[in-house]
Design a protein around this ligand. Sequence first.
Ligand code: ADP
Length: 756
Amino acid sequence: MYQFLISVLFFTIIGLFAVCVISLTRWGSMLHTYLFFYSVSNLVYNCAYVLILRSQNEDTYVTALKIGYLGRVWVGISMTLFIAELCGKNFPKIAKVIASIINMIVYLFILNLERTHIYYKQYKFVMDGDIPTLPHSGGPLYYVFSLLNLFYSILCVYIIVSAFIHEKNKTAKKRNLMLVIAVAVMVISYLVYFLKLIPLARKFDLMIFGYALCTALMLIAIIKYEMLDTIAAAKNYVVDELSESIIVVDTDERVSYFNKPAKTLFPELVEVKEAGSTIQKLSDELNYALKSGEPLRMGESIYTPRVNPLMEDGTRVGTLYSLSDDSEHYRYMDELREQKRIADNANEAKSKFLANMSHEIRTPINAVLGFNEMISRECARARDIDEAKSPAVTEAFDNISSYSGNIGGAGSNLLSIINAILDLSKIEAGKMDLVEGKYSLRALLKDINRMLIFRAAEKGLEFTADVEETLPDNLFGDMIRIRQVVINILTNAVKYTQKGSVRLIVKGPESKTVKKGDMLTLTIMVKDTGIGIRPEDREKLFGTFERLELERNSTIEGTGLGLAISRQLISMMGGKITVESEYGSGSTFIITLPQKVVSDEPIGKFSVSADTSERKDKPYEASFKAPDATVLVVDDTKLNLTVAKALLKDTGLKVDTVDSGSAAIELTMEKKYDLILMDQRMPNMDGTEALKNIRSQENGLNTDTPIICMTADAIIGSKERYIAEGFDDYLSKPVKINELEQTLIKHLPPEKITKQ
Ligand code: ADP
């Protein structure tokens, strides 16, 4: 028997030693620490037990017992910690501290076994055959310690069984089953020993066998299921070395793992995990960031939160939260935002400046063109009056008329440059809006035709328009912008063609059947026989301020903005503009544009016709006379008032002028007008305010009088804005005489007008 027990003990010692070595060589986590702690405690007790079995008297027995208890007191707690860690359960720090204090107290009393009777009340050394024994009656501490060990055993059973039940992963379940058996063996051995269920229990600490068997089973589980795998340790190491903070929670949101960076960021994680608390116990800011996905700011650093479900065999077993330190990225983004804000502000300032500049430039141009118009009219009139018709005077009149024509041309050119700059700044600021509506394709083409035919004729170019007869006439789109683009391209064609022809071709898609409500792809082509464009220049063409072959084209006026604006406008409308060209023989610009069909009525035959009545050099004649009608013109620039008065002179209208909104209000209270032309930008009181005041005058004479907004604010969309503010119509400065007269005809009382 004695020999048998000694042999078993040696085997146990070897087994425990092996476990110690395994846990030491693979040290990488708390699991290894607890296992090492457990096997060393057991090893110490087992080695001492060899000495116990060899003792021949009470003294050596008790001394060996004291050495053995140095390990034995720690066996229960280390086993429990190991099992708990393995099952992902948390053991509160305070419990560990209390258990350690109790163990130390127990050991203190065991060290003083002979002097106190707290652990053993009495004991006596007896040789039971060849086995030395120490029959004893237990003191209070003996029972406390025994109960504590019983408690540890039950706790281990509880932890391992509940982990086994809740475990969904098959491999983990098998591993846990092995541990359930190991713990069960230990508990049974404990009960047999404590309750002295078999006679051997009276002379031998059977728990040694229990722990030995338990250790063997755990060793199998460890090796078979690679519980202490180096890969796992390596993974832990890598995860700790990540710059990302990682927190893992179980399905109840309880913190079950966190890596080193997470611990540095939230030191309270240690306590939260040990207390078995949920992640909500950490800061509100963190929880908000995890829920909303918004960056988390901590001191100088900014972290991006990410949430990933943890799946095992298709079942969710928890959640992995990670926080990556993206401070640099956010700082860069902030910097970019700041730069964008500065650029936007600068751009806005530029747009404002351009709008103001356009207003300021338009006002004097209004005067220049207005007076120029007067010069040309007066010149024509003087030529008629001059009865002598001496060659010198006629030549002088001709010269004046030609100079005035040049002033008019240069003025109009200046205006179109201002308009182009304004357009471009609007597009760049993203403020260019399309104004879509129903329009007649026929009317649009007629208008374009009218604008181009004389320019082409002046250069001796043939101008033809080839329009597919079956195209629907009524379309939906931004007619003004289409007109602007097509005129720009046609004007270019005329500008860059010295001889030959300019052709406008308008057609629909290959399949001719278009119905009301369909989208129609309109193709507008402009073919010229001009100078052509070199292949390498074709892309540059649409850049801002890009003008090709400056030397060759030095005599041709232009800003290099037209095509850039055209391409932007066409792409805003969902279309495309391309160019084909043979250098030296001509170019073809092709616009494809989706337009909605309003009705399927076809456009019919369309031909280019020169309406000679519109020729510029025809002497001016007012388009109507209205000597009985009275008009009030309000403008803070005196020059403009003079221009307006002069321009309306031939119509016979009675024109009153005032230079401020308040003066207009005063006058309108005394006198009834048939129409008011109101400037918009005026100091103290602007046009809109004056309009509202006139409209709301009690028993006012002019509450119903049409009020036309006349302003240098020519940005697209201005017309709609002013009409929405209450104006009856809108005229942009510099005022074109035709437009002015047409507007007056529209709004003056018909009975006071005689058309010419
Ligand atoms: P610009 O005001 O200079 O005409 P655009 O943007 O309309 O500005 O045109 C840019 C440049 O493209 C022109 O300066 C010219 O060199 C070239 N270009 C435009 N249309 C034609 C054409 N039909 N034939 C040859 N060159 C052209």
